[in-house]
Design a protein around this ligand. Structure first.
Ligand code: G6P
Ligand code: MG
Length: 215
């Protein structure tokens, strides 16, 4: 396989925003009167904002109206945005810039494939925006991972076939989305969790282009 493009998930792969999501959801759970832990937060990785709220409400055993859900999701997002506002280029995870530069030097296209509607803001705050040839975020897609839409759209914008793309993902649903798009997937995290990935590395820092050999 000749790699023409690499498509990256954002949260948990390029930046560690999972903790900010956790703090914002926890604030909402506190307000609604139930306990929400870091372990619970694992279930929200890669899951869209509204689907995350559904999981949160399931944990708290609460049933809300559609209007209340919209209001609480917006409230959570405001808290999350306050955290994002503080982000700087130092918040980019170790090795990410070097790896993106290595891809560029070797003529490999780069894309972003994230469910987050705040992805562009995060790329701006961290100065990562110029490193990407195409950006697909939660505003551009309607079907959540494991649906392949986010990555298929990325390949389309980059003008490459799915079979020449490698996706980097930290969420199980994201790995499935990459495979559903007909792409190779490199898992970022633990091999026990990302069992379905074609290769797993603990972080982007541990990857060199030469490691990415797929038949
Ligand atoms: C990513 C994160 C999820 C988050 C989702 C939506 O996939 O891993 O935890 O819920 O984006 O983020 P948003 O910024 O649109 O609320
Ligand atoms: Mg992620």
């Amino acid at each position: 396989m000749i790699i023409k493009a690499c498509i990256f998930d954002l949260d948990g792969v390029l930046v560690d925003t999972a903790h900010f999501h956790f703090l914002a959801w926890k604030q909402l759970a506190d307000k609604l009167g139930f306990v929400f832990t870091e372990t619970d937060n694992e279930r929200l990785k890669g899951v869209s904002r509204m689907d995350s709220l559904e999981i949160l409400l399931e944990i708290g055993n609460l049933i809300l109206s559609k209007e209340e859900k919209i209001r609480y999701a917006a409230e959570k997002n405001l808290v999350y945005l306050n955290h994002i506002e503080q982000m700087t280029p130092d918040d980019v995870l170790p090795g990410v810039r070097d790896f993106l530069n290595e891809l560029k030097k070797n003529g490999i296209l780069t894309g972003l494939g994230s469910a987050s509607k705040n992805a562009r803001l995060i790329l701006e705050k961290t100065h990562l925006m110029p490193m990407f040839d195409a950006i697909v975020d939660g505003n551009l897609i309607s079907l959540a991972k494991p649906n392949p839409e986010v990555f298929a759209r990325g390949a389309q914008l980059l003008g490459v076939e799915s079979s020449s793309c490698v996706v980097f993902e930290d969420a199980v649903a994201g790995v499935q989305a990459a495979h559903n798009a007909g792409m190779i997937c490199v898992g970022i995290g633990s091999p026990e969790i990302l069992k379905e990935a074609d290769r797993v590395f603990p972080s982007i820092r541990n990857i060199r282009l030469g490691d990415l050999v797929f038949s």
